[in-house]
Design a protein around this ligand. Structure first.
Ligand SMILES: [Fe+2]
Length: 500
């Protein structure tokens, strides 16, 4: 099979789950379920739609000590519109992406938020209903789609590369936005024959400034290598049998590392009109596969196995002298967080989550053996010093669920010191839902650990979203500064800081 055929198969594979006769689509849940009919729970604020198409606040209410040196734009992405025409999506991941920009200008902070005007957003908005299916919602009234971008809600993450601001999703094109106005420019096509091919939401920036990413669809893993200048250096597909949904990956000095949980597309479910999510079947008796790919020769691949498990995120990866590879990831026992918890949050029926633990993995290329060690504590959203991607870093920061927590998501932050084998934690007040916090080195040459942690929290009691800033070395002392929005934002996934 030549390159063009491989890519074509990949594009169609990704779309295949959607290209089914709609007469066969499930009618179950056709009316959707509205938050208003669910028992009132304060945390539902995190899953409410933003009604306006844009939000802005010129000056957030600041408290604490905001360092003058911390200047730039903090972008975040999130699903932010869940209903149209009386229908509510059935899965958290279905909502239309809305990009938020917090402008830190040395003494003041402004906020601006705007929906990513994807093809799907425009089609559904003009129809006044959910006209096209989403990842976890497919109703009989929805229309067939021609390819992945017809379902692309661009709601997972955001990156800045080659002087472009790009909103990212798992299974379709990156969407370019104007960095100042957040207006939508359009889908990014890396090469003519890659139009509409998935470009995932967790690209990794290498030490030379180049960017690695992948796209996954059915039996094909497409690898991208993009130069520091933002132009494509190489993209090629690798056939992978039983390729599951893949959300994240990691890089080392010499390898790309993919974790493949045993969640495999079932062609019968797809043909029967199930949503993309429901077309995947969990195989508890099968291992988590690990694929490593040589960065210099993508045909050089190695396979390893870990016990069965599910994963969204990897932390970091690196290689030791002798070739031993180490990496960490957030391990779930199975995929119910995706198939159950993130549906239950949409109806208010959530009553406890399926959570993940940090797993530290060692790969021994000589023997082909993989080992993992699970650390206690329930965590997600790993972040690290961006300068340390692909080589051993000292610190890993995570959102954590600790103590008596009754809401979805997280209520604390955790910072692990890998050198000293110790940790710091900070637990927020009751009613605060904690989101991803980025590690921002204080200066370009600051030591690993001499950093700020910048992120958002949703205060469900006050009904507002806040920026919170920590001195990373003193996490346990609590936020050194906060900035309060006059409104709340839905809970989001990932952010990116662009220093100015
Ligand atoms: Fe993610």
């Amino acid at each position: 099979m030549n390159r063009r055929e491989l890519l074509q198969q990949m594009l169609m594979g990704s779309a295949a789950a959607m290209l089914v006769p709609l007469s066969l689509a499930r009618a179950a849940g056709e009316a959707g379920s509205m938050v208003g009919s669910a028992p009132h729970k304060a945390w539902l604020l995190g899953y409410q739609s933003v009604q306006q198409n844009s939000l802005s606040s010129d000056s957030l209410r600041l408290s604490g000590r905001w360092p003058a040196a911390l200047q730039g734009s903090f972008y975040r992405n999130m699903p932010a519109r869940f209903e149209r025409g009386g229908q509510r999506y059935q899965h958290w991941f279905d909502g239309d992406g809305m990009l938020q920009a917090f402008r830190l200008n040395g003494g003041s902070i402004a906020h601006h938020g705007r929906f990513v005007e994807t093809r799907k957003f425009r089609v559904d908005e003009s129809a006044g209903r959910q006209r096209t299916p989403a990842f976890g919602t497919r109703l009989a009234s929805m229309e067939a789609v021609a390819g992945p971008d017809d379902m692309n809600v661009s709601n997972v993450s955001v990156t800045w590369h080659g002087e472009r601001l790009m909103s990212l999703w798992d299974a379709g094109s990156a969407w370019e936005l104007d960095p100042q106005t957040l207006s939508t420019i359009g889908p990014v096509t890396w090469r003519d024959d890659l139009q509409g091919v998935p470009f995932s939401a967790h690209p990794r920036k290498d030490t030379d400034g180049s960017l690695w990413n992948f796209g996954a669809a059915r039996q094909m893993l497409l690898i991208y290598h993009i130069g520091a200048d933002g132009t494509l250096k190489k993209a090629e597909g690798i056939p992978v049998p039983d390729l599951p949904m893949v959300h994240d990956f990691a890089i080392t000095e010499r390898h790309l590392i993919f974790l493949l949980p045993p969640m495999v597309l079932d062609a019968d479910r797809s043909t029967a009109g199930q949503s993309v999510l429901d077309s995947y079947r969990w195989h508890a008796d099968q291992p988590m596969r690990i694929l490593t790919v040589d960065k210099n020769d993508w045909s050089r691949q190695r396979w390893y196995e870990l016990p069965s498990g599910f994963v969204f995120h990897l932390g970091n990866a690196w290689e030791e002298a002798g070739g031993t590879i180490r990496f960490d990831y957030l391990r779930y026992a199975d995929a119910r967080v995706l198939t159950e918890s993130f549906r239950a949050v949409m109806t208010g029926e959530y009553s406890g989550g399926h959570r993940s633990q940090l797993a530290q993995v060692t790969l021994y290329p000589d023997s082909g053996r993989a080992e993992q060690q699970l650390l206690p504590g329930e965590c997600e959203f790993p972040t690290l010093d961006p300068r340390a991607v692909g080589r051993r870093q000292r610190f890993l920061v995570l959102a954590e669920a600790t103590g008596d927590i009754s809401h979805p998501g997280f209520n604390a932050l955790r910072r692990i010191d890998l050198d000293r084998q110790n940790e710091q934690h900070y637990r927020f007040d009751e009613g605060i839902m904690v989101e991803e916090h980025l590690v921002i080195p204080k200066t370009a040459n600051a030591a690993d650990g001499d950093a700020w942690l910048l992120g958002t929290v949703l205060d469900t009691k006050a009904g507002i979203t806040r920026l919170t800033l920590f001195d990373a070395a003193h996490l346990q002392d609590g936020p050194m500064a906060q900035a309060a929005l006059p409104y709340s934002l839905p809970l989001g996934f990932h952010g990116h800081f662009v220093r100015s």
